[in-house]
Write a protein that binds this ligand. Structure first.
Ligand code: FES
Length: 127
């Protein structure tokens, strides 16, 4: 799976929101650091978090077991399976929020916003 990623801090900095239709188009038109925006491949049997780490990125995490939500991402396009979830309420998973520590890409391409622990609703989950 080929993943296009964007750091949630960029949304904060530019006043963008997760619901913006043209989020990734906007990100592609400005000069962002490779830490904040880019693409990488996820190999079979890698979780999204493991793939990010194996490609040299330091994405947030803590428990690696589906219990803390530090690793949360927002799936904008594509599908990320989430076999283990002990923390995200249904209304958040219905909005496309997933845990990257055990999340496996299910589509050829995906667009995800990572570093979602700074999302106000996730702050309330006691990270
Ligand atoms: Fe804790 Fe993913 S690292 S839920």
């Amino acid at each position: 799976s080929r993943v296009e990623y964007l750091n949630y801090e960029v949304l904060d900095d530019y006043g963008w929101s997760l619901g913006d239709d043209d989020l990734f188009e906007k990100a592609a038109t400005i000069q962002l650091d490779v830490i904040d925006y880019g693409r990488f491949l996820v190999r079979p049997h890698e979780s999204l978090l493991e793939a990010a780490e194996n490609r040299g990125f330091a994405w947030p995490f803590a428990c690696r077991g589906g219990a803390c939500a530090n690793c949360a991402v927002a799936v904008i396009t594509g599908k990320l399976a989430m076999p283990v979830n002990h923390i995200l309420p249904t209304e958040m998973s219905e909005r496309g929020i997933r845990l990257s520590c055990n999340g496996m890409p299910m589509t050829e391409t995906m667009q995800v916003v990572y570093n979602l622990k700074h999302l106000p609703e996730l702050d309330d989950l006691q990270l």
